[in-house]
Design a protein around this ligand. Structure first.
Ligand SMILES: *Cc1c(COP(=O)(O)O)cnc(C)c1O
Length: 390
């Protein structure tokens, strides 16, 4: 039996161990310290963000973004529907009301035309949302410019969920640096990892300051323990920031490796009948770069001769992890009753989409195993029971 191939496993280098040892040797085993400060500065230097705050997760970053921007009970927040639930859960933490916005088929990200029209309509009804959470999915930037312009025109705050898009650019600028707040995730499956962690970035000094305070139990700057606000314990440990610094040095190499994985899939299976890889968008004045965090594709079962679930199960039988595309938030039981603007595009992507193993450490031999199995599924047929249920 072959060893298991994971969808997107951690990929560690040698520097990380050195940096973690340094934290041990200097006894900085705390949720602050020199690695945390340096990690924040280095990530800001890489992305061009003005301020960065290292936090315990991307989810914590979104939670504090909402708190720091003053979004609370009853406020509406519009969120990309095709995403991971962590793009929405913090909206609920603060008592705000999520509304979902569909994707467009050319980018799989929030449809700018749909958003612009819906904002105009909401403005006429005097029912604008307080904020938009724009997700950059699978390593590809959404079409930020028209979305940011529309938000600005209506005084709606823009938060970028760049959890999956560190290393991606739009108009030569880093994902996450266009809005009032952006954030990245360093969860174990992301392009770089600290095992768990996140970073909030913002052009606003006062937002960064407020987030920093909220993340450390909202202590007032006096010698005794004085609190005027409810705080959280959300800072990143200095040990984990050491891992992050080592990982960040490798980010461009990791992006190149993931793109190479994508290119091999494109050449070997991209032209099979019924298979369509997630398109790389061409918007933005000077174009954009997707990191291809995950290689994702849709399978037209009638043309390919097997549906995506058949392919997934064939891979699983050979110890290879593949996953369906994110189930849209407007289809999630936990968000039943929430409003959705559009929805058919993300429904169709979920109904046919599959994510293939895409780690930066995936070897050519491992990838060939995946490719051979996908090819062997063509024409095997569609199980009647499942296609009826789907
Ligand atoms: C991973 C992820 C998050 C959450 O980040 P964590 O660090 O795991 O909390 C949020 N949004 C998206 C789109 C993600 O993929």
């Amino acid at each position: 039996m072959h060893e298991r191939i994971y969808l997107s496993p951690p990929h560690l280098g040698e520097r990380e161990e050195q940096l973690v040892l340094e934290a041990f040797r200097t006894n900085w085993i705390a949720p602050l310290g020199p690695h945390v400060d340096a990690f924040e500065q280095e990530l800001c230097a890489y992305t061009g963000a003005a301020h960065g705050v290292a936090l315990s997760s991307g989810t914590a970053a979104l939670h504090l973004a909402l708190e720091a921007l003053g979004i609370g009970a009853g406020d509406e927040v519009w969120v990309s529907s095709l995403t991971f639930a962590a793009s929405v859960f913090p909206v609920r933490y603060v008592g705000a009301v999520p509304v979902f916005v569909d994707a467009d088929a050319s980018s799989w990200n929030m449809d700018p035309a749909l958003l612009v029209e819906a904002l105009q309509d909401a403005a006429r009804r005097n029912a604008l949302p307080r904020a938009v959470v724009l997700v950059h999915l699978y390593g590809q930037c959404a079409d930020v410019r028209p979305i940011a312009d529309a938000c600005a025109a209506h005084s709606v705050l823009l938060i970028e969920d760049a959890a999956e898009a560190l290393g991606a650019t739009y108009d030569g600028r880093a994902a996450g640096t266009f809005g009032d707040v952006g954030f990245y995730s360093f969860n174990g499956n992301k392009i770089i990892t600290t095992s768990g962690g996140g970073m909030l970035v913002t052009p606003h000094a006062h937002v960064a300051q407020r987030v920093r305070a909220l993340a450390t139990q909202a202590r007032e700057p006096v010698p005794h323990y004085e609190h005027r606000h409810v705080g959280y314990n959300y800072r990143l440990s200095n040990v984990l920031a050491g891992i992050g610094r080592g990982q960040l040095e490798q980010l461009d190499a990791r992006v190149a490796a993931r793109r190479a994985v994508f290119d091999r899939y494109r050449v070997s299976i991209g032209a099979l009948p019924g298979i369509a890889l997630m398109p790389e968008a061409t918007y933005g004045r000077s174009g954009m770069r997707s990191t291809r965090w995950l290689t994702t594709l849709t399978i037209d079962a009638a043309r390919f001769g097997a549906d995506f679930e058949t392919v997934r199960l064939a891979l699983e039988a050979q110890q290879i992890e593949a996953r369906p595309v994110w189930k849209p938030m407007h289809q999630q039981p936990v968000f039943a009753g929430c409003r959705v603007i559009g929805g058919h595009v993300s429904d169709a992507l979920f109904a046919t989409g599959l994510c293939l193993p895409s780690g930066s450490s995936l070897t050519v031999a491992q990838q060939d195993r995946v490719i051979d199995i996908v090819r062997s599924c063509a024409g095997v047929g569609i199980p009647q029971t499942r296609s009826a249920a789907a």
